[in-house]
Ligand binder design. Structure first.
Ligand code: GDP
Length: 458
């Protein structure tokens, strides 16, 4: 590991009430001492805070500051760490940073503090990744998932699965030790069941990725329908404000508009699209094409139709062409205010769950709260985001996938009386895959990839 003492500004660029500079490494206290006019930092114990002045190496006063002292191993990185809390002026921050570099610190690379925390065993790799997710989280749900992972949710589960596999492999390897004697200590059907249980847990984790990824990035929700169905009005009603252009001229929302909506702590990215119909000109044709692309990328589709103007045949045709098998969707019977007694349910003669057809008046914001609750339900279902283990990281999902494949091979191997050494090989491979998630097995390229995406100072 790099043993340099590193330094970086930890707060975002720009002016603020406070700015923080962080130093980590064996020399951090000695280096900070060269700038600090106050108590002798080298004599201070860990987790203490000291007021004083910071001067550059020529002795010129830069700012009045608070300095926090953390001593190894009780710090974020596990090393000696100093945090200087100064006034949030980009000029002061730069001057202090430069002075610390002049005094012997090296500028930190992106994510280098967290990398050190990982290398010093303060965090496993899944927790280090959770730090980045926590900073980037835009909603309560994304925050809950990241926090759960940071607290060790994924780490503990992976450790548990690894332990079970290790027990398994020790039995198998005992048989191998007996070489030619062809003994079987381990009851094959028990082994098979055990592997199936582990596989089930891995698949459960893996299955959560679809939701986890959607929650992390915001659930892409496309609002589609014919021109003038009321899509823009609906978007405004959902957002409770005037954003999208509402107009009586058909085909006005030519391109897509995206807005964010928070429902019960989950971020939905609402995308209002150009109306679907036979395009009147080239720009509109492009809009329709874009709508179809957006629908293909969406997690949830809200199809809006005008209950007065839409014929059953048109509706039928639209639903047939838009809704793909397995696609979560809602059908919104809009403009119910114009004819409240209309039997909107009979419009949809294709087989639809009645709960998914919602009568509403976008213009009068009628039934919008119900729509939001249904939207949450079709996107999230009954999963508890704050307590369930949810995988949000594509790297973890990739490793879980590989582990599942290897376990599947081992299970088939048991069923076909495969040689013990080949069986052991598949299981060792699955163990390896799980170790990649926690970072017990890793390499510079993987680490570079993960930490390179962090911000500097983290
Ligand atoms: P879009 O083309 O699907 O985005 O439709 P707009 O939102 O621009 O609405 C088209 C027209 O329908 C506008 O004149 C809206 O005021 C009107 N409209 C939208 N929703 C309703 C509704 O629930 N009731 C009534 N009466 N008019 C609506």
């Amino acid at each position: 590991m790099d043993t340099n003492t590193i330094v970086a500004i930890a707060t975002p660029p720009g002016f603020g009430a406070l700015g923080v500079i962080r130093i980590s490494g064996i020399e951090s206290i000695a280096i900070a001492t060269k700038l600090f006019d106050g108590k002798k930092l080298q004599e201070q114990s860990g987790q203490t805070l000291h007021f004083g002045r910071i001067r550059n190496l020529k002795g010129e006063l830069l700012d009045e500051v608070l300095v926090s002292v953390f001593r190894t191993p009780h710090s974020y990185t596990g090393e000696d760490v100093i945090e200087i809390s100064c006034h949030g002026s980009p000029f002061i921050l730069q001057e202090i940073l430069q002075t610390l570099v002049d005094a012997g610190a090296k500028l930190a690379k992106p994510g280098e503090f967290t990398l050190r925390a990982f290398l010093n065993g303060k965090l496993d790799l899944s927790q280090a990744e959770a730090v980045a997710d926590l900073i980037a989280s835009e909603s309560k749900a994304a925050h809950d998932i990241a926090l759960n992972q940071l607290k060790g949710g994924i780490k503990n589960q992976i450790q548990l699965l690894r332990l079970e596999l290790l027990n398994f492999i020790s039995l198998i390897e005992l048989e191998l030790d007996f070489g030619e004697e062809d003994v079987q200590f381990a009851d094959r059907s028990k082994l098979r069941n055990l592997l199936k249980e582990i596989l089930f847990e891995i698949q459960k984790l893996n299955g959560s990725f679809h939701l986890g990824n959607a929650v992390k990035n915001g659930i892409i929700t496309v609002i589609a329908g014919r021109p003038n169905a009321g899509k823009s009005t609906l978007l405004n009603a959902l957002l409770n404000e005037e954003r999208a252009i509402v107009s009586e001229i058909a085909g006005t929302t030519r391109d897509t508009i995206e807005e964010k909506l928070n429902i019960q702590g989950v971020l939905f990215r609402l995308i209002d699209t150009a109306g679907i119909r036979e395009a009147q000109d080239q720009i509109e044709a492009l809009g329709v094409q874009r709508t179809m692309e957006k629908i293909a990328e969406s997690s949830v589709l809200i199809y809006v139709f005008d209950v007065i103007k839409t014929s059953k045949i048109e509706l039928h045709r639209d639903l047939q062409s838009l809704i793909k098998p397995g696609q979560p969707f809602l059908v919104l019977a809009n403009k119910m205010d114009l004819n409240p007694t209309i039997d909107y349910e009979t419009f949809t003669d294709i087989n639809l769950d009645k709960e998914n057809i919602i009568p509403c008046s976008a213009k009068n914001a009628m039934n919008i709260e119900y729509l939001k609750s249904r939207l949450y339900q079709v996107a999230i279902g009954n999963q508890s985001i704050s307590t369930d283990l949810i995988v949000v990281n594509a790297r973890h999902q990739g490793a879980l996938n590989k582990a599942a494949q290897n376990l599947q091979e081992a299970i088939s191997g048991i069923e076909t009386n495969l040689q013990t050494d080949l069986l052991a090989q598949s299981i060792r491979q699955a163990l390896y895959n799980l170790s990649e998630i926690s970072g017990e097995i890793t390499n510079d390229e993987i680490l570079g990839n993960i930490f390179g995406k962090f911000c500097i100072g983290k």
